[in-house]
Structure formats: structure tokens, C-alpha cells
Design a protein. Structure first.
Length: 355
């Protein structure tokens, strides 16, 4: 057992005792580390129990890594161990934290589980105990924030926009305009979470839905200068002015509700949203006759520090440019009002993938 797993094991023993003690009629005869030998390996923990007067053995694998792929491997390991023990055996996995996806892996593999945030599930005979706790521990939050940073997000958007595509590392780095090293780092994180896999043809997303769900939950809008201004133009007048912008006047993309109106109309919004570079900001100022708002702003422009959201923006009908469906979805999910409803409508129209 690795050092990190020994640290988890020290915390796991009292947690497991507390869980078992909460089950009426369940007696703990003995609980030990590195229990009985099996042909394959030793379980990390073995609890000899009695329930309704009948002997019961619980064996647990303790792991420092609770990501779905590692949990699935641990489930196969603990089942191999269980198959070599005579009697009624309950296999279990104990880790620091199990996401909802990792918990589902445990349910699919039919193993009990317990994490150190007290997500747990224990089922045998007539006993059923299940508990779910909201939130993530800070280390997991930091790891996800790192995965969703602007440079990494370039890779994720490229893959989500073509999830069926098989990518070579160099090819993906070129498309996302990032280093090969960053692609390898992001790839390892995706694969660890069972969101991606690899075939002879290259890297691909195996579970784009769970990736997008996790990103939406931890999404932070691209950092940059936010400008709130006013225009007297509306509807067709405003669209005509945008169509009149010439190439070379900077990069501009309709965003949020404004992008969704073209991609998957759902909810009209009185404010128009854009991402733009500095030249694009100047072009919008001139074309839309923007001014400081006398009452309320109806134009919101973000000049992002990282231009990834502009690099993968898409031209649509009439030559207008909108943020990609992935970026539009993420922005809508955090737009307030009816943003989440508009986001779900957009996802149904543009972000549905084969299971």
C-alpha cells in the first residue's frame, strides 16, 4: 500500500466502524488491516460481522484515488478477492471522495462504498444504507478548476465540438493552439475521470455529457475587461449594423442570450452580449453608436484575457459570428433569469451525443 493510501486507511477505519455501528442488529466481531490472504492479494480491511445471528465478512479496498477509472479497477480487484473467500462476503471501496459519477460506478459494479465526506452505500440481506453529501473537497475543486482554466478550456471545447473525432496529440495541440505537454496533462485528467479514452486512431471523448456537466457546475466566465454601454439600435437595425462591419475591424462574437437567439431561439433578452478583442470593441463602439447608459446598459462586451472563446467562435447565417454551442451553453447556465432553461434547450438542439 502506498503512503497516501495508508493515510486514507487510518481515517477509514474509524469511519467504517461508525458506519457499521449505525446498522441495527449488526455486530462487529473483529476488524483488522491487511486481512486474510487470498491468491490475488490481501484486502486492505477485513471486518468479521454477525447479522441476525449469521456470520458476514466485509472486505474493503482503500484507495487514495477516487476517480471513476481508479474506482472501477478497485471494484474488479475487491471482487476477485471476495471470490476467494468462503462465506457471505460484502465487497467495499473506501476513498477520500467519490463524485456522483464514481458512486454510479460502484453501483454498477455492485460494491459498497464509503468516502471520507460520508457519501456511502451499504446493501446486504435486509440492510440498505445510503447517504449523499453535497459539495466536493477542496483538492478536487482545485483539480477541476485547473482542468477548466482558459488554456485547458481550448482543448475541451475542441473535443466537445467533435466528440466522435479521434485526435492525435500534435493535431489537437495545433487546433487548440496550446502545447503538446498541456494536451497530455489534460488528456490524463480526462481519462482518469472516465471522460475520455484512446483507440488506435487516437484520443476521443468517451463521456462528453459528464464532462460538460462538471464544467457547467464549476464554470467561471472568461476573465477580462467587461464594458456595459447603451445603444438606441434594436432588432433588424442592430443586426444590419453588425453585418456592415468589415473584415479586419477586429474579432467580434455574439454571446450568451444573443448567440442562443441564432443557435437555438428560446428566450428573448433585452440586453445584447458580445465577446470582442480590442479592435472589435472599437468597431462596436462606432457601428452601434455606443454611449454611457443614461438608465440601464443594453450592450455588454467582454474583452477576454485569453482569446480562446473568439478562436472557436462560429460564423452563422448572414455572416454573423457567435460563440460555439459549448461556450454559449456554459455562459447561459450562469446567466440568471431564464438562462438555465435556454441552456438546456440549446443542449437539446446542439449538444446531444450517442450514449
Amino acid at each position: 500500500m502506498k503512503q497516501g493510501e495508508r493515510s486514507v486507511e487510518r481515517r477509514a477505519i474509524p469511519a467504517l466502524k461508525e458506519l457499521l455501528a449505525s446498522v441495527p442488529g449488526l455486530e462487529i466481531d473483529h476488524l483488522e488491516r491487511d486481512g486474510r490472504t487470498t491468491k490475488d492479494s490481501r484486502p486492505d480491511l477485513v471486518a468479521e460481522l454477525k447479522y441476525a445471528g449469521k456470520p458476514l465478512i466485509l472486505i474493503a479496498e482503500v484507495k487514495a484515488n477516487g476517480q471513476p477509472k481508479a474506482v472501477r479497477d478497485a471494484a474488479h480487484q475487491v471482487w476477485r478477492q471476495a471470490s476467494e473467500i468462503d462465506g457471505n462476503v460484502v465487497p467495499m471501496i473506501i476513498v477520500p471522495f467519490l463524485s456522483e459519477q464514481a458512486q454510479q460506478v460502484c453501483r454498477d459494479e455492485k460494491v459498497a462504498y464509503l468516502d471520507l465526506m460520508w457519501n456511502c452505500r451499504l446493501a446486504f440481506d435486509t440492510v440498505f444504507v445510503e447517504r449523499r453529501v453535497e459539495g466536493r473537497p477542496e483538492p478536487e475543486r482545485r483539480a477541476l478548476r485547473s482542468l477548466f482554466k482558459p488554456k485547458s478550456a481550448r482543448i475541451l471545447r475542441a473535443m466537445l465540438q467533435a466528440p466522435e473525432r479521434r485526435w492525435r496529440v500534435v493535431e489537437l495541440a495545433d487546433v487548440a493552439e496550446v502545447s503538446i505537454g498541456l494536451v497530455s496533462t489534460v488528456w490524463a485528467a480526462l481519462r482518469e475521470r472516465d471522460w475520455a479514452d484512446q483507440s488506435d486512431e487516437g484520443l476521443y471523448l468517451s463521456d462528453p455529457d459528464h464532462l460538460l456537466d462538471a464544467w457547467a457546475q464549476d464554470y467561471e466566465q472568461p476573465r477580462g475587461e467587461e464594458v456595459r454601454l447603451y445603444t438606441h439600435l434594436h432588432g433588424k437595425q442592430l443586426t444590419d449594423k453588425l453585418l456592415g462591419l468589415r473584415k479586419g475591424e477586429g474579432r467580434i462574437a455574439l454571446a450568451s442570450y444573443s448567440a442562443a437567439e441564432w443557435l437555438a431561439p428560446y428566450a428573448r433578452h433585452s440586453t445584447n452580449y458580445f465577446y470582442a478583442d480590442e479592435r472589435g470593441l472599437g468597431a462596436l463602439h462606432t457601428a452601434l453608436a455606443l454611449s454611457a447608459p443614461p438608465r440601464g446598459a443594453n450592450i455588454v462586451i467582454i474583452v477576454p484575457d485569453d482569446d480562446g472563446v473568439l478562436c472557436d467562435a462560429e460564423p452563422i447565417a448572414n455572416g454573423l459570428v457567435v460563440t460555439s454551442p459549448v461556450q454559449t451553453y456554459l455562459d447561459l447556465m450562469h446567466a440568471g433569469e431564464r438562462g438555465e432553461e435556454a441552456a438546456q434547450h440549446l443542449r437539446e438542439e446542439h449538444l446531444r451525443w450517442p450514449k
